[in-house]
Design a protein. Structure first.
Length: 273
C-alpha cells in the first residue's frame, strides 16, 4: 500500500496543474487573440483561459510551504485584474492556517472533490473486461470538433452545450507533443463517447470522460478507461489519478477500477467585487 504524504500529493497536484497549463496553451493556439495567462504563484500554478473556463483556477498553492502575504495578494490580483473570480483548488495537506487566511480574504467554499488514484502495474487478474461491441481509438487531429461536440453533449444535462463551452472543450484537444491525448469510443461503429488523458511526470491524469445518453450502461466508460490506461502505460506512467464528486456515479465507476481516495480537495472562491 502506498501511503499518502506531502510528496505524493504534490506530485499529483502539480501533474494536474501542468495539464491545465497545457490546455490553456492549446486553447490559445486556437484563439491567439484571446488573453490566456499562466503564472507560477505560491508554489502552484494560476491559469486564466477565460472568465467562465473550468481551467481558470489555481492548483498546488501552498504545497511548497508557507504562503506569504505578497504571494496571496499576487494570486488574487492575477484573477481579479482579468475580471475572473479567484478560484483555488486546495489540497488538505497544506498548512491548516492557509484556510483561515483565505477566509479572512473573503473566500468561501464552492465545492469538494475526491482525488482518486491507483498504481501501475495492476495485479494479475485486475484488468477491465472490454465490451465486445465497444471500440476505442485515439481521435485524429481532424476530429477535434467531433471530439469536443461528443464530450460536451455527454455532459449536456449538467452543462448546456454552447459555442463558448465547445471552445473550452477544444482546449483539451492537444495540438502537439505526446503529453496528452483524446479518445473516441464507438458502439457498433457509431460515436458513443469520448475522454482525455495526460501524462506529466509519470502521472496519468484521466479527465473529460462522457458518454452520450443513448449509449450509457453499455461499457463505454470501461473501454475509455482501459484505452487511456494502456496509453499511459506505454509512456512509463506509474500512477493514475482521476477526480470526482463524492458519491457520484463517476466516483463509483472509478472505484470499480481499483482506484482509492487519496484525499478530499476543497475549491475556494472569491467573487469579483
Amino acid at each position: 500500500m502506498e501511503f499518502i504524504d506531502l510528496n505524493l500529493a504534490r506530485r499529483m497536484e502539480m501533474a494536474e496543474a501542468q495539464a491545465c497549463r497545457g490546455c490553456a496553451e492549446s486553447f490559445h493556439s486556437m484563439h491567439p487573440d484571446f488573453p490566456v495567462a499562466v503564472e507560477e504563484i505560491a508554489g502552484g500554478y494560476a491559469v486564466f483561459a477565460g472568465v467562465d473556463s473550468p481551467i481558470t483556477q489555481a492548483i498546488g498553492v501552498g504545497l511548497n510551504g508557507e504562503v506569504s502575504d505578497s504571494e496571496l495578494d499576487h494570486l488574487q490580483d492575477f484573477f481579479l485584474s482579468r475580471g475572473a473570480a479567484v478560484a483555488v483548488e486546495l489540497c488538505p495537506l497544506v498548512e491548516m492556517s492557509l484556510y483561515e487566511r483565505f477566509a479572512k480574504h473573503g473566500f468561501h467554499l464552492l465545492e469538494v472533490s475526491d482525488v482518486l488514484y491507483r498504481k501501475f502495474p495492476m495485479p494479475d487478474g485486475s484488468a477491465d473486461a472490454m465490451p465486445s461491441d465497444v471500440t476505442v481509438r485515439r481521435a485524429m487531429p481532424e476530429e477535434a470538433k467531433l471530439w469536443s461536440e461528443t464530450v460536451a453533449q455527454g455532459f449536456a444535462e449538467h452543462f448546456p452545450v454552447t459555442q463558448a463551452g465547445l471552445d473550452v472543450m477544444g482546449g483539451f484537444f492537444p495540438r502537439s507533443g505526446d503529453e496528452a491525448s483524446c479518445f473516441l469510443a464507438f458502439v457498433n461503429g457509431t460515436v458513443a463517447g469520448g475522454a482525455a488523458v495526460s501524462a506529466r511526470g509519470g502521472v496519468c491524469g484521466l479527465f473529460g470522460a462522457s458518454t452520450l445518453p443513448a449509449f450509457r450502461r453499455r461499457g463505454v466508460q470501461t473501454a475509455l478507461m482501459s484505452a487511456r490506461m494502456a496509453w499511459a502505460t506505454e509512456r512509463g506512467c506509474d500512477l493514475a489519478v482521476s477526480i470526482a464528486q463524492p458519491g457520484s456515479a463517476s466516483h463509483r465507476n472509478i472505484e470499480r477500477r481499483c482506484f482509492r481516495v487519496a484525499y478530499t480537495r476543497t475549491k475556494l472562491i472569491r467573487a469579483v467585487s
